[in-house]
Design a protein around this ligand. Sequence first.
Ligand SMILES: Cc1cc2nc3c(=O)[nH]c(=O)nc-3n(C[C@H](O)[C@H](O)[C@H](O)COP(=O)(O)O)c2cc1C
Length: 206
Amino acid sequence: MGNTASLLHKALEGAAAAGAEAEYIDLYPLNYKGCISCFYCKRKDKKHGTCIVKDDLSPILERVKEADAVIFGSPIYFMNLTAGMQAFLERLFFSLYIYSREIPSVLGKKIPSAFLYTMNATEEQAEQFHLRESLAAYEAAGATALGVEPYRFYDYNTLQFHDYSQYESSIFSEQDKRDYRASHQLETTQKAYELGQKLIQDAQQV
Ligand SMILES: Cc1cc2nc3c(=O)[nH]c(=O)nc-3n(C[C@H](O)[C@H](O)[C@H](O)COP(=O)(O)O)c2cc1C
């Protein structure tokens, strides 16, 4: 299992321990595209908050809107969310956000959320490349669409391969990475579990 998936499963364990029915949805096998700028979701004569594009993402968008809490997990690709996660969030957030001064979101409820990121970069490199700033626009859109400021969770210095000797990877020190994982893995896993719990507690209060 990948870095992101395994932390998400930990968070789901925490959520389940807090009483939630927790579901993991993998976007990778789905066929879908991002927002096509048709503005159907903003038409005055249509049901607001509905993305009219029909593909594998359509039922997922409905499931997310029904949820009490959600975690958006993504590896960092080119110092941002993956293209797949960006496409998903374009469809989800943009359809809930209708350009109305009076109604910031048509969701009709609040959904506590978190963005969970995993990456090769160390914390210092992430800072140097202004990662938090790169991610801010999606997080802000999430805060507006879902009505609550999201939590942010970062896992740095992940391992990409089980066996580094089989891949071109001379820009990394496998030993440094393994040392980092050995000293941080437990704490990171525990924090992911607590994130799941915290979201369910928040969901009971909104
Ligand atoms: C196409 C691609 C681009 C990547 N770009 C970055 C990057 O810009 N910064 C970074 O820290 N890691 C980058 N990575 C590494 C992944 O973010 C990292 O290995 C992550 O933990 C993988 O998560 P996963 O195991 O869930 O797939 C990239 C990986 C891929 C495949």
